[in-house]
Design a protein around this ligand. Structure first.
Ligand SMILES: [Zn+2]
Length: 258
């Protein structure tokens, strides 16, 4: 998760690794509610994924699942109107399709960047293992996906921003309510420990592009006091970023409830 950063440093910045060199992680889904829409950003992992792979990554659904998390907000999967998919890697799209190939969010329109879908059809050897076609092709077969072309405002106050370092045309999501800005960077900054510019994942197809994208966005994140949501962070939901002596650093964590 930390590329070329030495383990002694990332263990201090994030958490100690277990005997298999794994760290605690999450696959968090963002729920955005308005009177008309119930929007999810990403869908987490699939409970129907090959058990061997689930074991390798230590994926469990005992503590959290989409159904229990939605019901805590008085919602069911059928209430979801829209699913913004940042990209089609299994730990982001896995929750979108059930074991029999039917859509989990039966009434929802799903959104992904056209460029990213083209990439997913012909991935490189480096990220091929992250694309599990059964997890998203059923949505395309049922015409439940709208392909997006570049940046734009998808719903009032909800914008997408394509990013190219992690994988081709992953879309970050920026939400503004007039008072504050929420940024869901997906795998650009998967945990709070990835805020420092050189803390880049070994998973990234183009680490130098990830670095350039972080350098481009961090001044706005800091100046405009964006709340950054960390999708894979098991230790914190979100935080603002401030400029410290050694560069950008996290403010105290923020728990997202509504
Ligand atoms: Zn990814």
């Amino acid at each position: 998760m930390f590329g070329v950063v030495p383990k002694t440093l990332w263990e201090r910045a994030y958490a100690p690794a277990d005997a298999k060199n794994r760290i605690p992680m999450a696959a968090k889904v963002l729920l955005l509610e308005s009177a008309e829409r119930k929007i999810l950003v990403d869908t987490g992992n699939s409970p129907y994924m090959n058990p061997k792979l689930q074991d390798i990554y230590g994926i469990t659904f005992e503590e959290y699942s989409l159904e229990t998390s939605l019901s805590a907000h008085g919602l069911q999967t059928s209430d979801i109107t829209d699913v913004l998919l940042t990209h089609l890697h299994f730990d982001h799209v896995g929750g979108a399709v059930l074991g029999d190939g039917s859509p989990r969010f039966a009434h929802a329109k799903h959104y992904v960047q056209r460029d990213h879908y083209a990439w997913a059809k012909q991935p490189t050897e480096k990220d091929r293992a992250s694309f599990v076609t059964e997890m998203y092709e059923p949505l395309f077969e049922r015409n439940m996906v709208e392909l997006l072309d570049g940046a734009g405002e998808i719903f009032p106050g909800v914008c997408v921003e394509p990013l190219f370092g992690h994988t081709q045309a992953m879309q970050g999501v920026i939400v503004r309510d007039g008072a504050s800005t929420l940024f869901y960077p997906a795998d650009l900054m998967p945990t709070g420990a990835h805020v420092p510019v050189p803390y880049v994942m070994g998973y990234d197809n183009h680490p130098l592009i990830t670095i350039a994208e972080k350098k481009r966005l961090l001044p706005r994140i800091i100046d405009e006091e964006w709340i950054v949501v960390f999708e894979h962070d098991a230790l914190r939901d979100a935080a603002r970023v401030v400029m410290g002596d050694k560069g950008p650093m996290l403010s105290p964590p923020i728990t997202l409830t509504a």
